[in-house]
Ligand binder design. Structure first.
Ligand SMILES: [Zn+2]
Length: 114
């Protein structure tokens, strides 16, 4: 997948939309990618307007998941908006991240002992 992005848009742009092989957060086992049954806007930013994404945006935190790469946070997360990519962080962390509209990076900084 990464090589396909590099071929299409170059390595710098590819890094914002696809992880280098073996560096994907998916290797940790914490994230999941979701979609609608019909496959509308799969792995595209327009997925944000699909029912599954709007539900996840409003409710995923109740089950301990966050939208890992939210819109407008590319400089913080290093990735483009991915409304389909949810990461489990636990209900307490997910609720704080959701309610305060922050990224996992901001949450981690706030709760760092240093
Ligand atoms: Zn993903």
């Amino acid at each position: 997948m990464y090589d396909g992005h590099v071929g299409a848009v170059g390595s710098a742009a590819a890094a914002a939309v696809s992880a280098y092989p073996s560096y994907s957060e998916h290797h940790t086992g914490w994230p999941i990618d979701i979609g609608d049954g019909g496959g509308a806007c799969s792995f595209e930013p327009c997925f944000a307007d699909q029912p599954a994404a709007t539900w996840a945006s409003a409710n995923a935190h109740r089950f301990g998941f966050v939208i890992r790469y939210p819109a407008g946070a590319e400089a913080d997360t290093g990735y483009s908006f991915e409304p389909w990519h949810l990461r489990y962080v636990g209900v307490d962390a997910a609720t704080e991240i959701h309610d305060q509209g922050i990224t996992l990076e901001e949450f981690t900084t706030r709760h760092s002992p240093n």
